[in-house]
Design a protein around this ligand. Sequence first.
Ligand code: 5GP
Length: 125
Amino acid sequence: MPVTGLGPYDDTNIFARILRGEIPCRKVYEDAHVLAFHDIAPQAPVHVLVIPKGRYVSWADFSATAPDAELGAFCRAVGHVARELGLESDGYRLLANMGTQAGQEVPHFHMHLFAGKPLGPMISA
Ligand code: 5GP
């Protein structure tokens, strides 16, 4: 059940289509609950999206309604991807846009992982 202003889950959203294999992605990691792939329009030298395979509209939806196994798998996967990409020594940024004011464009929960250069201020107004 959706808990945000984004509406119910839309099975035609672009990440749902990637999960169904209808459109390609540059996969970084996959397990039973999680898929990670490179962003199509990277905003840093490394820009990876980590998504749950479940049908969650947003962070609000995922954090409130996902079973513990999916929450845990997601958290572990984000750390695993960053480690496997060799990002821990120089550091990286995690960001999840939630809803309208954050500018969330794709209504399937995703975590952005940015790295590869000094990333500047956390928020630019
Ligand atoms: P949001 O604004 O929802 O937080 O981020 C959505 C992200 O999805 C954007 O960074 C955008 O570049 C990325 N994106 C949109 N469509 C596609 C696609 O078809 N493939 C991939 N790999 N990324 C996409």
